[in-house]
Design a protein around this ligand. Structure first.
Ligand SMILES: Cc1ncc(COP(=O)(O)O)c(C=O)c1O
Length: 485
């Protein structure tokens, strides 16, 4: 048989490929080193957007040409979360270590569904570390996910098996009227998980907040009692280790106690804050997290691991296997050889083929250590307090929520009828200016500017520029409004 020369996709000329690869690496290192010379974000020109509507190519291009296209049309128009001026939503900044880890993982191209390989042992090491960080028992199990959204959905599946056993995997939830409880500020990923899990969004009963913006535990108690009387089956409470809007942390100890006495599954959404446990200063805020039945969190946010790297930790590890394990003819386990090993991650989650997310996390934790990462997180909280203090010194600005962690909600003062529009306008203009990116949210029904200090690169000077720009834009738009009205 004659083989076509093009059947292998390896380079024809390794020397020139190596040269090109080094140029790509250098460009990325330059990008990270010189981030501040760029706008945080910039509007995408129509021509660039259009260029991504081209048809699929039949013939290939050189790596050099593709690299050039990346540098010109992709890199400048990313969302900008690596930049120290990025303070929108909840985005981690990434690190050079994480970037290199992605390259190493890509080169290895490991499939972490299972089999006897050290990459699976790396993931299992992180499971052990996570038990240690969150003081979970030895029997806890865990797995990397795309993010907290996926981890929350998986936690619901595990909790269903905890309630009804494996038969639910064949029979479905049927007509059970399960109810789930969370504070009214809970992240939208819970609703999505309820929808996808078949419980339905209506199974979520929202609980009011207390005066400090946390779930009102006595209101929760009352609601559970009422629901039981009405014939419903209270099933799960979702506590927050940092709400997305303001960073408020629920009283996790009180919620854990209530769940124990009421025989409810206690899930904690730790997407935003859980890794704050790495900081000795912040850890006390998360007291009670160690009692969760399931904990969903993200390394890709405060942990600075490149996207994506979410995680699910389940207290009763055997339940995780009972929820996800399945037997397939061609996936038989053997005593020896490549198919050896009991702990195949495909038995612990919905995915069979899985990438090596663990490597970038493992390398990040090894490179910086949890002490330094924790100190970095505590510093972002100090920066948040700095912003709050700066806001309180400006008569035209107003702090809109207490600062618990690394999120500050404030707004530019205006006539009540105009305040929402003005603040939304400020956010957009600020993003388009390239000086900083913040996002907006609603606090007590009012549109506020929301600064989330997640990026390890952000410095006081970035925050000074932000405040200065908000003041300037607020003045400009307020004047414009007066003139146009
Ligand atoms: C509090 C909270 N929960 C859940 C999520 C969803 O996490 P992910 O984006 O990793 O799916 C987020 C995302 O920002 C969040 O802030």
């Amino acid at each position: 048989m004659t083989e076509p020369t093009s059947s292998s996709l390896d380079p024809d000329d390794w020397d020139s490929e190596r040269h090109q690869a080094h140029a790509m690496l250098d460009d990325l290192l330059d990008y990270v080193q010189n981030l501040t010379e760029r706008p945080v974000w910039q509007p995408i020109p129509v021509s660039v957007r259009r260029s991504f509507q081209e048809n699929s190519p039949c013939t290939g291009q050189s790596l050099e040409e593709i690299h050039q296209r990346f540098m010109e049309d992709i890199l400048p128009y990313a969302v900008g979360n690596a930049h120290p001026g990025f303070m929108g939503w909840v985005h981690g900044g990434g690190t050079v270590t994480g970037m290199l880890a992605e390259m190493l993982a890509g080169g290895l191209n490991a499939n972490l569904g299972g089999r006897d390989q050290i990459p699976v042992a790396v993931e299992q090491q992180i499971v052990r570390w996570a038990r240690e960080w969150f003081r979970f028992p030895e029997t806890a199990q865990g797995i990397f996910t795309t993010g907290t959204s996926q981890a929350t959905l998986m936690a619901l599946w595990v909790a269903r098996v905890a309630q009804w056993g494996e038969k639910i995997r064949q029979e479905g939830v049927g007509l059970h009227t399960l109810t789930v409880y969370a504070a009214s500020t809970v992240h939208g990923s819970l609703l999505k998980a309820l929808d996808l899990s078949g419980l339905g969004e209506k199974s979520l009963h929202l609980v009011d907040l207390d005066e400090s913006g946390r779930m009102d535990v006595s209101a929760l108690h009352v609601q559970i009692g009422k629901d039981r009387q009405a014939g419903l089956t209270p099933f799960m409470v979702v506590g927050s280790a940092g709400t997305v809007d303001t960073g408020a942390i629920d009283d996790l100890t009180a919620l854990a106690t209530l769940c124990r006495t009421q025989s409810l599954w206690f899930h904690v959404d730790g997407a935003l804050g859980a890794l704050g446990c790495w900081s000795t200063e912040l850890a006390p805020l998360f007291q009670g997290i160690e009692q969760a039945d399931s904990l969903a969190f993200d390394f890709h946010k405060w942990g600075q691991v490149p996207y994506d790297a979410g995680f699910l930790l389940i207290r009763a590890g055997s339940l995780q296997r009972r929820t996800f394990a399945s037997s397939d003819r061609y996936l038989a386990r053997e005593e020896r050889g490549t198919a050896a090993g009991e702990d195949w991650p495909c038995d612990l989650g919905p995915d069979l083929s899985r990438g090596f997310r663990a490597l970038k996390t493992w390398m990040t934790v090894r490179r910086y250590g949890t002490e330094r990462l924790g100190a970095m997180m505590a510093h972002t909280c100090a920066l948040a307090r700095f912003v709050a203090e700066r806001v309180s010194r400006e008569v035209s600005l107003e702090l809109m929520a207490p600062v618990t962690l690394n999120i500050v909600c404030f707004r530019h003062r205006a006539e009540p009828a105009q305040a929402n529009a003005l603040n939304a306008q400020i956010a957009i203009a600020l993003q388009e200016s390239g000086i900083a990116v913040l996002s907006t949210t609603l606090v007590r029904g009012q549109r506020v500017l929301r600064v989330a200090l997640v990026n390890h690169r952000t410095r006081v000077r970035d925050l000074e520029s932000l405040i200065c720009a908000v003041l300037h834009l607020g003045k400009r738009f307020s004047t414009g409004r007066i003139q146009s009205s």
